[in-house]
Design a protein around this ligand. Structure first.
Ligand SMILES: N[C@@H](CCC(=O)N[C@@H](CS)C(=O)NCC(=O)O)C(=O)O
Length: 219
């Protein structure tokens, strides 16, 4: 059932699968501190390809967030939009500032550059770095090192939605492939800061609970 809208705040629903990219959207909602509803999708029987879900996201993927019933998909777009709808959380810099430009860059970088470059590395896919929009993993690591040099967050002092997108992917990748990231200066300290955030810890607990529930239902 969709979340109820009140006069003061829009109804937000996250279409969510545990241990997936939807975990970042869950973390975001916890950082925003807003009321939301979770619509759990089990990826193993491919529930994400049901007509009801394809009507929200023609890619049949999670995360999807609906705001008063209107669907948004693609993690970076969800993050950018929600941070603007709920500005009181302070997760996006002011419009038309250089911080906002940096924020857009790191939001794009996480999903459009870092993820595909890491996927190439994992799958041992050979691409011409000059033609692939994401270059190669060595350049990605170099760019991350430059970005993290400011600290404590990607935008400097302001923690933002960009840390959830790019930092969230780094958190996930380094949980099972940390060796590939070991030589990025500042990364260890950055991850430690991210992993100490109460909202991330709450999101992890919810993720685990839903994962366990789905596992139990499947046995
Ligand atoms: N670019 C999308 C990727 C979303 C995505 O690939 N989600 C995966 C889970 S990690 C999914 O739903 N896979 C199921 C499928 O494609 O059938 C985003 O960042 O939101």
């Amino acid at each position: 059932m969709p979340a109820r809208s009140t006069d003061r705040s829009p109804a937000v629903t996250l279409y969510f699968a545990p241990r997936s990219r939807a975990s970042r959207a869950l973390w975001l909602l916890e950082e925003l501190g807003i009321a939301y509803e979770l619509h759990v999708i089990d990826l193993s029987p491919n529930d994400q390809k049901d007509a009801e879900i394809l009507a929200l996201n023609p890619m049949g993927k999670v995360p999807i967030v609906t705001i008063d019933g209107y669907p948004i998909w693609e993690s970076a777009a969800i993050t950018a939009h929600l941070c603007d709808v709920f500005p009181e959380a302070g997760l996006a810099p002011r419009l038309a500032t250089s911080a906002r430009a940096d924020y857009y860059r790191w939001l794009s970088f996480g999903t459009a550059v870092m993820e595909p470059a890491f996927m190439d590395l994992m799958k041992k896919t050979e691409v011409d770095p000059a033609q692939a929009g994401w270059g190669d993993f060595a350049s990605v690591k170099h760019a991350l090192g430059v970005g993290l040099a400011r600290g404590p967050w990607l935008l400097g002092d302001q923690f933002s939605g960009a840390d959830i997108i790019t930092g969230g992917a780094l958190d996930y990748f380094t949980m099972w492939a940390s060796d590939h990231f070991a030589d990025i200066p500042g990364l260890g300290a950055y991850l430690k800061r991210l992993r100490a955030r109460p909202a991330l810890l709450r999101a992890r607990e919810i993720d685990q609970e839903v994962h366990d529930r789905l596992q139990k239902a499947g046995t």
